[in-house]
Design a protein around this ligand. Structure first.
Ligand SMILES: NC(=O)c1ccc[n+]([C@@H]2O[C@H](COP(=O)([O-])OP(=O)(O)OC[C@H]3O[C@@H](n4cnc5c(N)ncnc54)[C@H](OP(=O)(O)O)[C@@H]3O)[C@@H](O)[C@H]2O)c1
Length: 393
């Protein structure tokens, strides 16, 4: 196959509004370095981080008990020592699906031709056996610290390109990736086992809809907190019960935590019996979620779509012997389990819609409404006629 020298790509040219995303058709096709593969992209899943990084909207390290006015978030992702690997122009896009068309030095030629799903996490660490793993001081990902899949071609480390044996079409396959790995890592960290009862918030979103399925795949019982319009789909994905979040917010926007906790208890079959909360919402839901846990229960978060800085009553934490965890992205073994689940049909894609890559601005507008279930995906314009999914022309 002849690989062109230039390609189409969506370039992020700086922090700011959508105007910082510029579509070009004269971007050099990258060459795979040693240990890397070159992938011809056929679809790429979208994530909140694309928008947050563009807007520099990650939280600064604000102390909610300082008595000071909350600082407006104004940061991009940085490693634990405060350094960022982001530079401009950057091609974003974490969740690439495509075909390997060339390999770098040290990668077997036989990989060429494989259809792959990309694990977005960059593994700068080594575990006790010398295998790649996440360096918790230096968490980074494809589409941030190096170019991602909003392009016709992308290079990735060979270990990040996973061959997946499935009939799932490319656009639907691209719904797995960042959100699914993030969900699986949280579930693994709080050791969800068969029979456990797990509450999942933001359940209609990418992470949440994956978490509901992944909790079920372990033989545990997910309860979904979601929008009423998404309940039926989440029951299909395996939710034991759904709680409609709109029912607990009054016309002034106040969230009724007492009633919310009572409803969780009812859904869990009586007194609060939740073993673990997988939370991507935070905000006013946070404290009622803690109160819904069993003694020695686990709360875990990898995101807070409703607010970073809820306050906490430590009495609740110590009297109930609670365990509170933070998490971000995931490890290679989490991704390997996801590939196995996909191949076994234990999890199914939640594809909310597909856009041409050149229409990413419109796709992001739709993404921000959160009306969809699961993930939205973009497809390189030159592949547009090949996809068989719900499309937005
Ligand atoms: N640290 C990491 O590695 C990592 C990885 C992925 C995502 N994240 C973060 O985790 C969060 C969720 O990610 P995602 O990919 O699942 O996002 P998403 O696909 O946009 O879904 C978020 C869901 O949260 C619910 N929601 C939205 N606004 C809400 C509000 N004000 N109050 C309560 N619920 C609300 C909605 O679901 P319902 O309608 O069902 O309630 C929405 O679909 C984001 O903040 C994202 O940045 C972090």
């Amino acid at each position: 196959m002849t690989i062109p020298t230039t390609m189409s790509a969506m370039l992020l040219t700086g922090h700011g509004g959508p105007e910082k995303l510029i579509y070009r058709d004269d971007v050099p096709v990258p060459r795979p370095a040693a240990g890397e593969v070159l992938i011809e992209v056929s679809a790429c899943g979208m994530n909140n981080t694309d928008i947050k990084v563009r807007e520099a909207a990650y939280a600064v390290d604000f102390d909610p008990n300082s008595g000071e006015e909350e600082t407006t978030a104004a940061a991009s992702i940085a490693s634990a020592d405060g350094e960022t690997t982001l530079s401009f122009p950057r091609i974003q896009g974490a969740d690439t699906v495509g075909r390997i068309v060339a390999v770098g030095e040290g990668v077997p030629e036989s990989r060429a031709g494989e259809r792959v799903l990309v694990d977005f996490s960059l593994y700068h660490g080594r575990d006790a056996n010398g295998r790649p793993c996440m360096d918790l001081w230096n968490v980074d990902y494809i589409g941030h610290g190096r170019d991602g899949g909003y392009a016709d071609y992308v290079t990735v480390p060979t270990e990040n390109a996973h061959a997946v044996k499935t009939d799932i079409p490319d656009a639907a396959l691209a719904t797995f990736g960042c959100s699914t790995q993030t969900a699986e890592h949280m579930i693994a960290r709080v050791r969800v086992e068969a029979g456990r009862r797990v509450l999942v918030t933001g359940a209609g979103g990418g992470v949440g809809s994956a978490a509901v399925q992944l909790v079920r795949a372990r033989g545990a019982h997910p309860i979904a907190v979601t929008s009423r319009s998404k309940e039926a789909t989440l029951i299909e994905f395996g939710a034991e019960a759904c709680i409609a979040r709109e029912d607990f917010t009054d016309e002034t926007g106040r969230f009724d935590g007492e009633r919310f906790t009572a409803e969780i208890a009812r859904a869990a079959g009586g007194r609060c019996r939740i073993d673990a909360v997988i939370d991507q919402v935070g905000g006013a839901m946070f404290h009622p979620l803690l109160r819904s846990l069993k003694p020695d229960g686990h709360y875990i978060t990898a995101g807070t779509i409703a607010g970073y800085t809820p306050r906490i009553n430590l009495h609740t934490v110590y009297m109930a012997f609670l365990n509170i965890h933070g998490s971000s992205q995931g490890q290679p073994e989490d991704f390997a389990r996801i590939v196995r689940y996909i191949e076994e049909g234990a999890i199914t894609p939640a594809l909310g819609g597909v856009w041409r890559l050149s229409q990413l601005h419109a796709a992001q507008e739709a993404f921000k409404t959160k009306a969809h279930i699961g993930n939205l995906v973009v497809v390189p314009d030159r592949k547009w006629d090949e996809i068989g999914a719900p499309r937005h022309d």
